[in-house]
Ligand binder design. Structure first.
Ligand code: HEM
Length: 378
């Protein structure tokens, strides 16, 4: 129920202990006016600072204004505590240059080299209408009403300057981002987030999470790259597969989450041991082997995904899966090589479909009341 600090060297909502609920939105910027964009980012930052402190989005409030005007807060969070709300912003490649290569807001010179649309991976079934976007906002909170209230009010404030391209609700965090949190489970029923980067591992965060001075461009120092993938899970097919096969596919046991051949959840993954049948205990096609830093030139990322269920699909199947979120210092050294390795060989591919993709550069944290998201860009 407590408030999470909005200001800091890095944006909140990345190493913040993963909250239970997500509302993620991607906007298209529809104004052509650079000053209007700057004003929007200022207004958004101010509203986010208020809402994360448990206050109304606007300075007047939901019920204190004149009766003739629409309120500057929508009201559904009246009386609710801050609920750990964090609001995290990222800029997509299309904010800097449109598809035709045109510099939209005088920002093209600031486009980070690593901020390329993700490549197409083997097996991708991406729906462009729920992918990409110029600006992404991740709202996480321990109360879904608080997360939805935040996104709703930011969209309201952006009216005329941005339009919502797509959005996604999520529940039941599928990762732990601190050592103090118990590891939650994803919709396959497995613990997820065991070998994640954790907030306490500051050396590793410097090496793998935060953009460092000299990485380029300067405005992004202290920021991070955000990758989103909506991954539908073929739940009914998975539920018909035997326990041993499920465990073989993941590379961990379903009960404790211990790596194959080991006993404790946090035991090191054993790549080498061989079973009585002469096969490695950790299957060569298992998710954990293929995603592990050993297999990927020491690639690490901070995963922060959420389960989703968007009802059912009309064929009696759950329209459900994992809204995968990962933060990293350089996607070319983290998400992209790991996903290539998974796309090529992961036995899990039979049970999942990647339906949406996104990449965003998240600026560093807000330093004080005069600062705003992306201020160093303008
Ligand atoms: C580990 C599930 C997609 C990267 C794991 C684990 C599970 C899991 C159960 C073991 C627990 C852990 O260490 O966190 C899933 C499911 C996915 C999915 C159900 C899709 C629906 C992805 C994707 C990536 C990825 C798309 C990145 C390209 C990783 C990494 C690890 C991991 C880096 C840790 C490997 C290690 O260091 O041992 N995943 N995952 N996962 N996954 Fe996934």
């Amino acid at each position: 129920t407590d408030a999470v600090a909005f200001t800091g060297a890095n944006q909140a909502g990345i190493v913040t202990p993963a909250q239970d609920r997500l509302h993620f939105v991607a906007f298209d910027v529809i104004t052509k006016d650079r000053e209007r964009l700057i004003k929007l980012l200022r207004d958004w930052t101010a509203a986010a600072a208020r809402m994360t402190a448990g206050r109304d989005a606007g300075t007047i409030g939901a019920v204190n204004g004149i009766p003739e005007a629409p309120p500057d807060d929508t009201g559904e969070a009246i009386g609710l505590p801050p609920s750990g709300l964090t609001i995290t912003v990222g800029f997509g490649p299309t904010l800097f240059r449109d598809a035709a290569g045109k510099d939209r807001f005088g920002l093209a010179a600031h486009l980070p080299q690593a901020l390329e649309p993700l490549p197409k991976f083997t097996g991708d079934t991406i729906d462009d209408t729920i992918s990409g976007g110029d600006i992404a906002i991740q709202a996480c909170a321990n109360d879904p009403q608080v997360a939805v209230h935040a996104i709703r009010n930011l969209a309201r404030i952006g009216m005329g300057a941005v339009s919502v391209r797509w959005s996604q609700l999520g529940f039941g965090r599928t990762s732990s981002t601190t050592t103090g949190q118990a590891t939650p489970r994803n919709l396959f029923g497995f613990k997820d987030g065991t070998r994640n980067l954790k907030a306490e591992e500051t050396d590793l965060l410097r090496e793998h999470l935060w953009v460092q001075a000299g990485d380029g461009p300067d405005w992004l120092t202290g920021g991070s790259y955000l990758v989103t993938r909506k991954i539908r899970m073929l739940i009914e097919t998975w539920d018909r597969s035997p326990l041993a096969e499920q465990e073989m596919i993941i590379g961990r046991t379903k009960g404790t989450g211990a790596p194959m051949g080991m006993t404790g959840e946090f035991d090191e993954v054993d790549f080498d041991s061989v079973g009585a049948d002469g096969q490695p205990l950790l299957a060569t096609t298992s998710h954990v082997r293929l995603a592990h830093p050993h297999t990927n030139n020491n690639a690490r990322m901070l995963r922060r995904g959420y389960n989703y269920v968007d009802g059912s699909d009309g064929l009696g199947r759950l329209n459900a899966g994992l809204f995968f979120i990962a933060y990293q210092r350089d996607p070319r050294k983290a998400f992209i090589p790991v996903q290539r390795s998974l796309a090529a060989n992961d036995e899990m591919n039979e049970y999942v479909r990647h339906v949406s993709t996104g990449i965003f550069a998240c600026p560093p944290g807000i330093t004080g009341t005069d600062d705003f998201w992306g201020s160093a860009l303008f």
